[in-house]
Ligand binder design. Sequence first.
Ligand SMILES: Cc1cc2nc3c(=O)[nH]c(=O)nc-3n(C[C@H](O)[C@H](O)[C@H](O)COP(=O)(O)OP(=O)(O)OC[C@H]3O[C@@H](n4cnc5c(N)ncnc54)[C@H](O)[C@@H]3O)c2cc1C
Length: 386
Amino acid sequence: MSEVGWDADPDVAGWAGFPALEAELRADVCVVGLGGSGLAAVGEALRRGLSVVGVDAGRVAAGAAGRNGGFLLGGPAISVHRAGAGWGPGAALELYRQTLAEIGELAGLLGPRVVRQVGSLRIAGLPGDPVDQAEQADRQAELADCDEQYRVLRRHGIAVRRYDGELGVGLFLPDDAAMNPARRALGLATLYSTRASLFENSPVTAISSGRVRTAGGAVSAGLVVVAVDGRLEVLLPELAGRVRTARLQMLATEPVAPGRLPCPVYGRWGYDYAQQDLTGRLFVGGGRDRFVEQEWTPQSMPTAGVQAWIERVAARFAGAAVRVSHRWAASVGYTADARPLVTQVRPGVVACGGYNGTGNLVGPIAARAAVALGLDGVAPPACFSS
Ligand SMILES: Cc1cc2nc3c(=O)[nH]c(=O)nc-3n(C[C@H](O)[C@H](O)[C@H](O)COP(=O)(O)OP(=O)(O)OC[C@H]3O[C@@H](n4cnc5c(N)ncnc54)[C@H](O)[C@@H]3O)c2cc1C
C-alpha cells in the first residue's frame, strides 16, 4: 500500500501507468517532471502544435504535485496584502487573478469530480479554544491580519466574506477550490497522452542544450523545460542559492464526522491546514514554522516530531481524537522573496520552480511562462524571478 493518503482513491490506485523511456527520441519540446507544472508545459506545447516528450523519474506526480494538501487557493504563497510592497505594483494582484482563472481552466478540463469549487476558509488560529495565553495572543494578531486581508481583497474586487462559525473566526474565499492532487495530475496526463509521448520511471541523469539523457534513453529537443519544484537545485546546480529545498509533511485519517470541514480550511497564519474528502477522511498538514531548520532537507521521509504536531492539529480540525491511516512527506522549493523562478539556465534549457509551498496553481502559470521564455524569448511577468 502507498504511504500517500491520496493514492487510496480508486482512480489513482488503478492508474495503469506509462512505459519507461528506452529509446532515442526527437521532439520540439522535452519536459522534465510530470507534476502539475510539467503537465501544464506539456499542454502549452501541444496547444502550440508542437511535438512533446515528457519524462518523470517516478509515477506522474510522484513528487509534491501528488502529495500535497490539494488546496487550490487564489493568490501567491504570501497573502496578497503582504506580497504587494516587495513585488512591485500590481504583480501580486495580477498573479492572484491568474490563479483564479487557472481554477476555472482546471475545472473545465477535469470536471467537478476532480476540482471541487467549494471555496476555502482562512481562520485565525486553530478550531477550538486556545490552549494558552500565547495561542490567544497569536489568534488576536491573526484576526487583525484577516481584517487587513479582507479590506485589500474587497478594494480590488476579489470575492471574500467574513466567517464566524463552528470552526472559528476568519474569512471565506468563495472562488477557491479543492482537489485530490494526484487525480488532477493523472487526469491531465491521460488527456495529453494521446498527443504527447509521456514516460514514467525514467530519471533524468543529464541535461544539456538540446538533449536530455535518462537512465534508459535520450531525447533531443529544441527546448528543454525543467518543471521540478523541490530538489530543483539538485538537478540544476547553477540554481543553488536561488532556490532551497524544504520538506513538508502530511497525514490522512480514518473518516471523521461527515461535513466537519465544508471546504479546505487553513489556520494559524496558513501554517496548518486540512481538507475533508467525500468519504469523511481528513488530509492534514502543517508545522512548517515549528520545525524550520530540520525541514531544510532534500529528504522526503516523514519524521516523528512533525507528524506528532500534525496529529494534534488534525484532532483540532476534527474536533475529536483521530486515527491516522497514512503519513507522508515531499520536497518543495523556496525562494528568498517568495517569487517563484522562471529562468533560462542554459541555452535552450529553461526551468521553473520555487513555489514556496503553494504551487498547485502558480506552478502551471509559471510553466507556461517558461515555455514562452524558451520559445518566444518573452520575459516572465514581474511576479516571477528570472
Ligand atoms: C505536504 C505538502 C503540502 C502542500 N500543499 C499545497 C496546497 O495545498 N496547495 C498548493 O498550491 N501547493 C501545495 N504544496 C506545494 C505544491 O505541492 C508544489 O508546489 C507543486 O506540487 C509543485 O508541482 P511541480 O509540478 O512544479 O513539481 P513537483 O511536484 O516537484 O514535480 C516534479 C516532478 O519531477 C520529477 N523529477 C524530479 N527529479 C527528476 C529527474 N531527475 N528526472 C525526471 N523527473 C524528475 C518528480 O518525480 C516529480 O514528479 C504542498 C506541498 C507539500 C509537499
